[in-house]
Write a protein that binds this ligand. Structure first.
Ligand SMILES: Cc1cc2nc3c(=O)[nH]c(=O)nc-3n(C[C@H](O)[C@H](O)[C@H](O)COP(=O)(O)OP(=O)(O)OC[C@H]3O[C@@H](n4cnc5c(N)ncnc54)[C@H](O)[C@@H]3O)c2cc1C
Length: 470
């Protein structure tokens, strides 16, 4: 029977194995933490509940934003800097993102990616062809496969090659904590239900947030209670439960990454690049209902508010060609999610909308849809150009991708008590900690998730090195 996350006063049995740094979770955050620790010569053990590392990272697109990397320079992109990146993050969050973390992560992420590339042989390239909403410059990096699964495979290979230890099928249930609030070790559950123990000098929580815990989603993110969760179900809010029991401060619990382009009923991502390149979203009445260039996270809420909680992504041939460069889209197309409409009448029939709604802006001479207005006229920016028949359409809904609130941490990823002082040897990063998106869905800038995981993992490891090195 599985136990709830718990705190146990004292120390694990003296005959339990010992490791300098224990890391809970082997997604991007845990793996980068382990890699950075090994680069500094510190021993560490990753504990992962699954049979092999995956997490939300493997389900993601794997796109990581970073300014000033070697890859960015090689792509001929100049003028980027941590300061500009930090400004973009804060603009999206209307200045509400935790400024100490914005600054720390914007500084750390470029060197982190350069180190993955140069020291660990992970090939990263800057995505071409379009700009993600809210980013001043092209700074989104990905492995050549452009999938989170390939990213995790590369990170795991590199971490093991660097000498990190990985224990899978080990679900951490209990943290042992002494009278001075030092974590002395942990207990983890094996698939047959047995509990095993480990002693450690320092613990890093890299076990992501609470998106996989429907009771917590209902409590903390009520507007997403009925939305599909696209992330990893093992992210059950353990870090928050341990934090609550330890008297740790929690922050930004209302922040999360939503996505307004989750193909339904297929359950796959349809890249927001389609919207940024001039695609539009129509509801079942054939109306536009928001400015699609605003951001895909808050689009989740806008889409869920439409009749039936769905919308249609509408685009044309040039955008289809771009979309086919995304593995997620290729999957969606293979699953039959992409419908072809010869003209606006066919599009209206597909959507089930009043044809006049759509053809009022349709020119049969040019076979193009010109300007669509939202009800409040807010969507002047899109489409960038008239969409030309044939049109393509994908039915989508709004989904929860991952939570951005969690344990409050300082710029060194040390978990803070209610009074703001750090716990002695407990660190958190990635989705386990508060992010850089403020306290609402609209604060999420594309890439904030893996930014927190990768930059946070690097910083947590550096802190561990200063605290544990002999
Ligand atoms: C469809 C989708 C697309 C996305 N695309 C992007 C993108 O392109 N760019 C971006 O920046 N973000 C993206 N995200 C968000 C991104 O995936 C997450 O922010 C990021 O993966 C978090 O990394 P992490 O290491 O903190 O967590 P995870 O990768 O989820 O790793 C946490 C690990 O901890 C393990 N774990 C949890 N509890 C325990 C326990 N008690 N004991 C042992 N192990 C435990 C889990 O099994 C998991 O392997 C996307 C998310 C989704 C769902």
């Amino acid at each position: 029977m599985s136990a709830a996350p718990a705190i146990q006063p004292g120390t694990p049995p003296a005959d339990a194995p010992h490791v300098t740094v224990a890391i809970v979770g082997a997604g991007a955050c845990g793996l980068v933490t382990a890699l950075t620790l090994r680069d500094a010569g510190l021993d560490c053990l990753l504990l992962e509940r699954d049979a092999s590392p995956s997490g939300s990272t493997a389900l993601s697109s794997g796109f990581i934003p970073a300014p000033g990397t070697r890859m960015q320079r090689e792509a001929g992109i100049s003028g980027d800097s941590p300061a500009l990146f930090a400004q973009d993050i804060q603009s999206k969050a209307h200045g509400t993102a935790a400024s100490h973390l914005v600054e720390a992560y914007a500084q750390a992420i470029g060197p982190a990616l350069d180190q993955l590339a140069e020291r660990h042989g992970i090939t990263l390239q800057v995505l071409d062809g379009f700009l993600y909403p809210g980013h001043s410059l092209r700074r989104m990096h990905a492995v050549p496969e452009k999938t989170g699964a390939a990213l995790v495979t590369q990170l795991e290979r590199a971490a093991l090659a660097a000498g990190a230890d990985l224990l899978t099928e080990a679900t951490v249930r209990t943290l042992w904590v002494d009278a001075g609030q030092r974590v002395t070790g942990l207990s983890y559950e094996r698939p047959d239900g047995t509990l095993e123990h480990l002693r450690c000098d320092l613990l890093v929580l890299a076990c992501n947030g609470f998106g996989g815990n429907s009771a917590m989603v209902r409590e903390l993110l009520p507007e997403m209670r009925d939305a599909p969760f696209a992330g990893h179900t093992g992210n059950d809010g353990s870090a928050i439960a341990w934090g609550r029991a330890l008297g740790a401060r929690l922050a930004d619990l209302g922040g999360y990454q939503g996505h307004g382009s989750w193909a339904t009923p297929h359950g796959t991502l349809v890249s927001w690049a389609l919207m940024m390149e001039g695609g539009i979203q129509l509801n079942a009445r054939g109306e536009r209902f928001h400015d699609e260039t605003g951001g895909y996270s808050e689009a989740a809420v806008h889409v869920l508010a439409q009749p039936g909680g769905v919308a249609w992504n509408v685009f044309d041939g040039p955008i289809l060609a771009l979309a086919r460069g995304f593995p997620d889209f290729v999957d969606a197309e293979a699953a039959g999610a992409v419908k072809t409409c010869a003209d606006a009448e066919a599009l209206a029939t597909l959507i089930g909308a009043d044809v006049s709604k759509i053809i009022s802006n349709y020119s049969s001479t040019t076979r193009a849809i010109g300007r669509f207005d939202t009800k409040d006229g807010a969507a002047e920016a899109n489409p960038k150009r008239a969409l030309q028949a044939p049109f393509y359409a994908v039915k989508v809904t709004g989904a929860l991708f991952h939570t951005q609130g969690g344990l409050d941490i300082d710029a060194h990823c040390r978990v803070l008590r209610e009074d703001g002082s750090p716990l002695p040897n407990l660190l958190a990063a990635g989705g386990a900690a508060r992010g850089v998106s403020g306290n609402a869905v609209w604060g999420y800038l594309s890439g904030n998730g893996l930014l927190s995981a990768v930059a946070g993992g690097r910083i947590a490891a550096q802190t561990a090195v200063t605290q544990c090195a002999p």
